[in-house]
Design a protein around this ligand. Structure first.
Ligand SMILES: *Cc1c(COP(=O)(O)O)cnc(C)c1O
Length: 411
């Protein structure tokens, strides 16, 4: 056991020494949480950057305080699209003009899904979704189905894996209006075959919407190249936008002016300050906006995106794969004997940025971990989810987390 521990410690040190992103870790406010020895939930709420604290203060003093209402005409109005374009370039594989930052993921999901269902040809009255999709996605499509008199066609997915291309092929058909899936499954981290699924849904004549909440900032994306129609996602997870940071919405250019989202507020109007009668949607993805953009909440998103763009998604994904592989190797060595099972894909190409481990008593074990300063996430009924944010997580931190888990799971 001592030898094993030493070996693992040496290996973690080697991996950290060889990590090209090791220095990026110091750009985060690591000392603000005394007692936390392993933060393994950066996929639920990313850590804050040092730059974010500085930039928030500067924003309040100089831009909000200094420019007051003038700030709107001096640039704030364009932030939803500016940030959207940066996100498209740095993270999504989306050309400019198709992405905006606005709303929450839930609200943006509703707007995009409703737009797709409303635009469907007669007879296309089904929304395809899977039973292990994130709760808000399931609830939103059920709400839309009730509102529009359509039906949800549920695909039963394995919670330890995720949606497969064969399942999608079998579920879509002449009645499909929209298919909605998470790209990286929130529970297992299963990485869906987005290009294959997109083709399958298109072959059946439907539109596809991907929820990228666990993908954006962890895996490489090519929305334009894959031919995806619509996408949504969070900025408070891997993109470090802070609690409640706004979401993003992507609407492929070919749907501009065709798909219309239902919450037609003044900020999505072609000329908001004309304040005239009737709603004329703005050109392009701007039409996805409804109300006043959350400018203050976008300041941290800018900081997160600047860092992601500087480092590059290829390097982020490369580290992410090494982190999850390291966590799986540790789990196999230190936890398998304690009755813990791995509930995430083993193949790197099928796994996003987190690893879920299961045992029936893990709810209580997770509580003990939090008390001990190790912070993963618990996912009902029995999963401990290790979220390994590549920009801020070290290999030593993963080792510390799994070792404390092994200790607590052995009690
Ligand atoms: C985190 C997450 C959300 C969150 O939606 P909010 O509206 O921000 O609460 C939605 N979908 C998925 C897949 C998520 O992982």
């Amino acid at each position: 056991m001592t030898t094993t521990t030493t070996t693992w410690r040496e290996l973690a040190a080697e991996l950290d020494a060889a990590d090209p992103l090791a220095g990026v870790r110091d750009e985060f406010l690591l000392d603000s949480a005394p007692g936390v020895t392993a933060y393994l939930d950066g996929n639920s709420l990313g850590r804050p950057l040092r730059a974010t604290a500085t930039r928030m203060t500067a924003f309040i003093e100089r831009e909000w305080g200094g420019r007051l209402i003038r700030g709107w005409t001096e640039g704030w109005m364009d932030w939803p699209q500016q940030l959207g374009d940066q996100l498209g370039r740095a993270v999504l594989g989306a050309a400019p003009g198709q992405t905006v930052v606005a709303d929450s993921t839930t609200v943006m999901l509703y707007k995009l899904a409703r737009a797709a269902v409303d635009a469907a040809a007669d007879g296309r009255d089904e929304i395809v979704c899977d039973t292990d999709n994130f709760p808000t996605d399931r609830y939103v499509v059920e709400g839309i189905a009730a509102e529009r008199g359509c039906r949800v066609r549920w695909i039963e997915t394995d919670p330890d894996a995720g949606i497969t291309l064969d399942q999608v092929r079998a579920a879509v058909g002449p009645r499909t209006a929209l298919a909605l899936f998470s790209h990286v499954a929130y529970r297992s981290a299963h990485l869906a075959d987005a290009p294959g699924i997109t083709r399958a849904v298109h072959d059946a004549g439907g539109l596809v919407l991907f929820d990228l909440s666990h993908s954006a900032g962890s895996v490489e994306l090519d929305l334009d190249g894959w031919g995806v129609d619509l996408a949504v996602g969070c900025t408070y997870k891997y993109l470090c936008g802070g609690p409640g940071a706004p979401a993003f919405g992507y609407l492929a250019a070919r749907h501009h002016g065709v798909l219309r989202q239902p919450v037609q507020g003044w900020m999505g109007h072609a000329d908001p300050f004309a304040m005239g009668p009737g709603h004329t949607p703005a050109a392009g993805a701007r039409a996805l906006l409804s109300g006043t953009p959350p400018i203050v909440a976008m300041v941290p998103v800018r900081c997160g995106l600047d860092l992601v763009e500087r480092v590059g998604m290829a390097a982020i994904r490369a580290k992410s794969v090494l982190l999850t592989r390291f966590a799986l190797d540790l789990a196999d060595d230190l936890l398998a004997g304690a009755g813990v099972t791995v509930a995430s894909p083993r193949a790197d190409a099928e796994r996003g940025g987190h690893v879920t481990l299961r045992r029936p008593d893990f709810r209580a074990v997770n509580d003990r971990l939090w008390e001990a300063g190790v912070i993963p996430d618990f996912r009902a009924p029995d999963g401990i989810r290790l979220g390994l944010a590549p920009l801020s997580t070290s290999f030593a931190e993963v080792l510390e987390g799994v070792q404390v888990l092994a200790r607590e799971a052995g009690r």
